[in-house]
Design a protein around this ligand. Structure first.
Ligand code: SAH
Length: 240
């Protein structure tokens, strides 16, 4: 009898990843959903497929470990989920798209604003040298730090603070991801971006249309901005 092995299973096997929990089939289905949405949104994003390394990270990180127990069974649906304190873990497709747009590599040092559950930080940690992530709500910051520790993400450092001002100590950064919507691009974050660096940030008023922006700093410091997609994020607090 011939056994058909789905392409994704082969991709995982060749990447040396293991099927390590009961959620693996659901996680693989989530990755297929992300691939389908990427193809459907190619006109807006300019790409029909996302980076294979990003997709491998999405197939590996156990999203069910980043949501409250009562949400576990929905963890691999392609939608945001509540994580308490009025906040959400982002939709998996958006996490994958933002990571892809940031074009990160294995030697990169990345800043994330809006740790939330820690899931986006974990995805980044699969792909880069170091991740610094900031969260403004104390219990979320503490919980994410503990969770990332338990899961063995030692290359992530998480701290409480207002990410509007960034984390100058470890900058400048190869990439900055902001996972809450700002009314404008925070100037301190532009300052902490390396020449050649990329920032991915949703910008727009709360409850109005926000756009995911890809901001690039050229080697001479010139800033260019591209609108990628309309999105909906929780607001960036703090700043001014
Ligand atoms: N990246 C998260 C999703 C976070 S939702 C994940 O993968 O789960 C956005 C988060 O940004 C919320 O937790 C919110 O509290 C946080 N946030 C809002 N304003 C912030 C600010 N000024 N600095 C740091 N974090 C902020």
């Amino acid at each position: 009898m011939r056994i058909l092995v789905p392409a994704i299973a082969l991709a995982l096997a060749s990447a040396g990843l293991r099927a390590d929990d009961a959620f693996t089939p659901l996680r693989n289905a989530m990755v297929r959903d992300i691939a389908a949405i990427s193809a459907a949104t190619r006109d807006g994003t300019g790409k029909a497929t996302l980076d294979a390394r990003v997709m491998a990270a999405m197939a590996k990180v156990p999203r069910h470990r980043f949501v409250p127990p009562e949400e576990e069974r929905y963890a691999y649906e392609n939608r945001p989920l509540p994580i308490g304190h009025g906040q959400t873990i982002s939709q998996p497709y958006i996490v994958a798209l933002m990571t892809d747009l940031a074009r990160v590599g294995p030697t990169d040092v990345v800043l994330e604003i809006g740790t939330g559950s820690g899931y986006q930080a974990a995805i980044l940690a699969e792909l880069v040298r170091a991740v610094y992530t900031m969260e403004i709500i104390e219990p979320l910051a503490t919980q994410a730090r503990e969770r990332l520790g338990v899961l063995g993400y030692r290359q992530v450092e998480a701290r409480l603070g207002d990410g509007y001002y960034g984390w100058a100590e470890h900058g400048p950064y190869d990439a900055i991801l902001v996972t809450a919507a700002a009314s404008h691009v925070p100037p301190p974050l532009i300052a902490q971006l390396k020449p050649g660096g990329r920032m991915v940030i949703p910008v727009g008023a709360p409850f109005m249309t926000q756009y995911l922006l890809l901001i690039e700093k050229a080697s001479d410091g010139t800033i260019s901005t591209r609108q990628v997609l309309p999105v909906r994020f929780v607001p960036l607090a703090g700043g001014r």
